[in-house]
Design a protein around this ligand. Sequence first.
Ligand SMILES: Cc1cc2nc3c(=O)[nH]c(=O)nc-3n(C[C@H](O)[C@H](O)[C@H](O)COP(=O)(O)OP(=O)(O)OC[C@H]3O[C@@H](n4cnc5c(N)ncnc54)[C@H](O)[C@@H]3O)c2cc1C
Length: 408
Amino acid sequence: MEGTVTDTQTNANDVDVDSLVDSLLRDFPPASTDEITFLGEQFDRGLAWLHFPVGNGGLGARPSAHVRAQGRLLSAGAPSPRVRNGIGYGMCAPTIVTHGTEMQKARFLRPLFTNEEIWSQLFSEPGAGSDVAGLAMRADLDGDEWIVNGQKVWTTLAHVASFGLLLTRTNPSLPKHSGLTMFLVDMHAEGVDVRPLYQMTGEAEFNECFFSNVRINDEYRIGDIGQGWQVSITTLMNERVSIGSSPLPRGSGPIAEAVELYKTHVAGKSDARSQILRGRLLDLWVRAEVVRLTNQRAADGRRRGIPGPEGSVGKIAFGEQNQEIYDLCLDMLGVNAMVYSGTYEFVRPNKTAMGSGDVKKSFLRARANSIEGGTSEVMRNILGERVLGLPGDIRVDKNVAWSDIPKS
Ligand SMILES: Cc1cc2nc3c(=O)[nH]c(=O)nc-3n(C[C@H](O)[C@H](O)[C@H](O)COP(=O)(O)OP(=O)(O)OC[C@H]3O[C@@H](n4cnc5c(N)ncnc54)[C@H](O)[C@@H]3O)c2cc1C
């Protein structure tokens, strides 16, 4: 898997994670250090992504060292860019470190990690979501600049983003996967227009983004011309791991919210409805634990260099299980579930609503979990084809010039 890292990577340095973490926490106690200073120091000491190269926020260490350091820092109350800059931290940074130039790594990784520059992912378009390789946004070379025109959609946090990873079409006469090129785009450049999309949670965490003659210098192209698909694979692989397969402590996350509601609204009652709710909770708790252990096994496999099918299961399980858990939460609330605690006033959040602690909002937001980062149907196609070896999906346009593919 391009762009994912394992513990068997060659030249991985052995580092004393615990001493490095202890000294960071001693020199900059999280409780009395502001977020930018702490994260900047973490980056400069190579503790941002320990498996990244020295000078890029890492120490060239094994990925397991990175996981251990993050766990220790979070338990000590250290800030994490994952909260406000999840797309930047989990998806854009691995793409930049894998495919970027030295200038791009030096310019972008540190302020991304410190949350001074928030990042977004500009792949999906109105006619290209699951089939993202079919996208239409054009980039045409003019001297040493590219001129970009078109529309993106569902762009999470674009309204607070400084930069974005932008996938464009640079050669329409090639088949759809071949004529794509990726850029790092300044979201405040002239010609970028970000408009909110109002969600049923009452918030607008994502946007549609219109590009009209936006100029991007060629030095902000990431990867070769025509290699945009290969670059995007790195982003998408990291997206699925970052959304669905990050191992959590036992009994934490959405299932913990369901257990809390059970204690306050159902426990101690012996009527038939309460018995059924109890049975559903137990069933979901066991399944959540099975998924957690499967994710743990997948993560261990990745570290040892054996990426297995478990990783592909994580995204499907995350989406569908979250929806079932929040269905149960609302059933436990009974009639109270009908009153939405949020308001429908227009809100522009600076982080996504996942894990907001409000189960009614999470119930509404969880509908998106089986769509974002690839729908469950598409994930099943991937599992069927790449893991089980079943016959492939029908792809009549695979070898046809993109410009000759009929469009609606
Ligand atoms: C909350 C949220 C945040 C998002 N954030 C971002 C973001 O930051 N950046 C970004 O670029 N995109 C983002 N997206 C977009 C997301 O990646 C797409 O919505 C997703 O890939 C599906 O594409 P689509 O919406 O165009 O649906 P479509 O691709 O049109 O799919 C419609 C339906 O057809 C089914 N379908 C399509 N193809 C197949 C197939 N081959 N086999 C079987 N069934 C199929 C789908 O499963 C779905 O049910 C976000 C989406 C959501 C919901």
